[in-house]
Design a protein around this ligand. Sequence first.
Ligand SMILES: Nc1nc(=O)c2c([nH]1)NC[C@@H]1CN(c3ccc(C(=O)N[C@@H](CCC(=O)O)C(=O)O)cc3)CN21
Ligand SMILES: CC(C)C(=O)C(=O)O
Ligand SMILES: [Mg+2]
Length: 264
Amino acid sequence: MSKVTSSTLIKFKKEGKKFTALTAYDASFAGAFDSEGVDVLLVGDSLGMVLQGHDDTLPVTIADIAYHTACVKRGISRALLIADMPFMSYSTPQQTMENAALLMQAGASMVKVEGGHWLLESVKMLTERGIPVCAHLGLTPQSVNVFGGFKVQGRDAENAQRILDEAKALQAAGAQLLVVECIPPQLAKTITEALTIPVIGIGAGADTDGQILVMHDVLGISSGYIPRFSKNYLKQTGEIRSAIRAYIDEVADGTFPAEEHTFN
Ligand SMILES: Nc1nc(=O)c2c([nH]1)NC[C@@H]1CN(c3ccc(C(=O)N[C@@H](CCC(=O)O)C(=O)O)cc3)CN21
Ligand SMILES: CC(C)C(=O)C(=O)O
Ligand SMILES: [Mg+2]
């Protein structure tokens, strides 16, 4: 099967084919997700919470992400592999280049960064130097202390407009993919229709081009708080590979996310 690239995802968007993304942190799970047909795998800085047991993603380092990216890379053959840039590893353009290079050399095919207008120069510089960028807007967990908690973003008209403007500006700066997290479904729909690049949602309703979840939520083994927008597919299937297939099928046919998984 041919490798998934940003061109594949643009083709899916044009065809209206909903695609699936999932986090992965090691070769074995990543290999299973890849062979079942998950299109995009993300080495998320969520690993700070689900692997390391922290309360947020801030303690994660570039070495942590590079290590898990190298592990995942060895297990997969088809999926597009994205690596999260961790907190404060991309605070200046120079630092961004150096750290993004480490993740690409560890095996990533794209890096993901959280933020809007302040990131435009870095997105342009990375793209010009051969590093594809996935942007991330809405509830950007690295800003949890600014938000005062993991709270839905873009609920009022002013912030919704700002997020839409930032999405367009990030695309214009060269971003090839966008993740929107925990925003109202109407806003996610507007952004998805306004952009030519694919938009992946989490807690953002059913009208984005793709969906992403944290693998521990899909397999029902997150400890402590489980976000209400996620779904435990292991419960209904009893087997890991079947759970992943159910997730892929429900995203493809529009059953997931349902009303209960969205913020209205
Ligand atoms: N296991 C896991 N799943 C995730 O989806 C996830 C992580 N970890 N870690 C990194 C971030 C943090 N995420 C989170 C964590 C909590 C909420 C949360 O508490 N949301 C409230 C919204 C409250 C409101 O209405 O503003 C909720 O009720 O779900 C959301 C996203 C998403 N990501
Ligand atoms: C939830 C996704 C989008 C993420 O950024 C992560 O897993 O770190
Ligand atoms: Mg992340």
